[in-house]
Ligand binder design. Structure first.
Ligand code: UDP
Ligand code: MG
Length: 357
């Protein structure tokens, strides 16, 4: 893919930043991010993805693009697709050998990117992070802890701190993710499944610089459902297990009640026990239906195979290229990859299949 790119130099580092209604903090982000990256002494590109912000974020990003067109690229999505989808849009446009994701709210200091890069150069292909002294509300920390534990039990993904988005991935992992076509996904977990040599390091964590968390209670629950159902069928297996135990239990109870009826006689109070049991079973059935619905919903979304998002515009500098740019909007880009533009990509696909198994 890089050979056809009109820009002569492929940067070593791509920094992917999703932005959703972050106008209050973007100025501070620019003023810390660029000096931090310049200090690394390597070639880099910063890719901002505006995830359908309703404030002035898009205008601020365009302004920054004009100020640093050599290292800045801006993708404007035409709606709000969520943080992880925005990052996927960034991945599809990224070219660096090392790809780092970062939040726009300065909770993870951009000065830490250098640490991630040097770990990557040591030969690791996935650098995960653990937040030292996480600066979030108590309930968020407790809820994350519980979710981390649950995930650890039901998936094979080993992450100490799944919520920290400041992470580095190798080109190989990014190319594999780009071929996935996932819709509801959780990027650190998805990337982990393709990593051959992962490592974790500690990074600093700060309070949000400005604005509020873009995750409501509801969207956090949704995200965790994505994590659980997207990477594991264990809940479904639990379900059938619980179903078997329950039906065996209730059959036993029925026999017991029957015998009791013949020996002691019918007891009026027993009706209420039966009521209680029935209601309990009803609850279980409804829960089971809901869980099945989660999976069916995913199958439905996947089989529709719609473009995952539509890019409105890409602001980036192209040198000496009078032809229209060869890069396609991201939604179609995924198909282009599967279609195989060259023998190069076909080889890459066959060579990449090993680790995903
Ligand atoms: N974000 C996004 N789309 C969304 C929600 C969030 O692109 O629908 C971005 C947001 O601008 C920020 C990052 O994702 O750069 C993380 O969001 P936030 O800081 O609100 O999450 P938290 O730190 O509370 O988990
Ligand atoms: Mg944040």
């Amino acid at each position: 893919m890089n050979q056809t790119d009109p820009r002569p130099v492929v940067p070593e580092l791509s920094v992917i930043i999703p932005v959703y209604n972050e106008e209050a903090g973007l100025g501070a982000l620019f003023s810390r991010l660029y000096p931090a990256l310049d200090a690394l002494g390597t070639s880099y590109e910063v890719i901002f993805i505006n995830d359908g912000s309703r404030d002035r974020s898009a205008a601020l990003l365009a302004e920054q693009f004009r100020a640093r067109p050599d290292t800045t690229r801006v993708i404007l999505l035409n709606g709000n697709y969520g943080q992880h989808m925005a990052i996927l849009a960034g991945f599809e446009q990224s070219r660096g050998e090392i790809v780092v994701t970062l939040d726009a709210d300065l909770q993870n200091p951009p000065e830490e990117i250098g640490k991630l890069c040097s770990k990557m150069r040591e030969g690791f292909d996935y650098v995960g992070t653990i937040r030292m002294q996480r600066q979030d509300s108590l309930w968020r920390r407790k809820a994350s802890l519980a979710m981390n534990r649950l995930r650890e039990r039901i998936t094979r993904i080993k992450m100490t701190d799944q919520g920290c988005m400041l992470r580095a991935y190798s080109r190989h992992i990014i190319d594999t993710i780009n071929r996935c076509g996932e819709i509801n996904t959780f990027i650190p977990a998805l990337a982990y499944t393709f990593a051959q040599n992962p490592v974790e390091i500690e990074v600093a964590h700060e309070e949000r610089f400005a604005g509020e968390s873009k995750y409501s209670f509801y969207s956090l629950i949704r995200l965790n459902f994505d994590l659980v159902t997207g990477f594991s069928v264990v809940p479904l297996q639990w379900l059938s297990f619980i179903g078997v135990i329950l039906s065996m239990g209730s059959a036993g109870l029925f026999v017991l009640l029957l015998i009791r009826r013949f020996i002691i006689g019918a007891e009026v109070q027993g009706v209420f026990t039966l009521f209680a049991i029935t209601f309990f079973m009803l609850g279980v059935i409804i829960f089971a239906l809901g869980l099945l619905g989660e999976y069916i919903g995913r199958i439905y979304q996947q089989v529709r195979a719609r473009p995952r998002y539509l890019v409105q515009t890409i602001l980036e500098q192209r040198e000496g290229d009078p032809m229209p740019p060869p890069r396609q909007p991201a939604g179609q880009g995924a198909q282009g990859m599967h279609g195989g533009q060259s023998t190069h990509s076909a080889q890459a696909i066959s060579a990449d299949q090993g680790p995903s198994k």
